[in-house]
Design a binder for this molecule. Sequence first.
Ligand code: CA2
Length: 151
Amino acid sequence: MAKTVYVLNGPNLNLLGTREPKTYGRATLRDIEKLCREAGRRHKFELEFRQSNHEGQIVDLIHEAAASKAAGIIINAGAYTHTSVAIRDAVTAVEVPVIEVHISNIFARESFRHHSHIAAVAKASLCGFGIGGYALAIDGLAALIEARRKS
Ligand code: CA2
């Protein structure tokens, strides 16, 4: 049975491609989904690609991924990255490996974006690769799963 990977997107990411192209590029969330599906196919992952503007909904999606025994979660929690203890706790509460991704380099931006509540409890984090970071995160997750299988 194919392994399922959840790709979770937080608030305002549904607006990608409409504004702030200097920071986030011109790609839309649909483009990111396409990129993730291509990366997922290379590793024979099934993909659940979701977006929500609501903190509790993102917590629910993390629980859903765990309940459905997902192989991993790729999460761009958007601005909740910098504020949400609830999302951090949800990541801690599940055994599913979580990889944090950001389109922009959050450390090269405003100081309030420098702290991530998720980074310390994620398996890995990456930022600043543009939307390509999502595909890199899927490749990285596949490598982690393979390394765990061999150990
Ligand atoms: O770089 C990232 O991926 C972020 O997670 C994006 C978030 C931001 O709050 C984080 O600090 C870094 C914002 C996503 C919403 O982006 C917009 C898209 C179109 C128009 C306005 C904002």
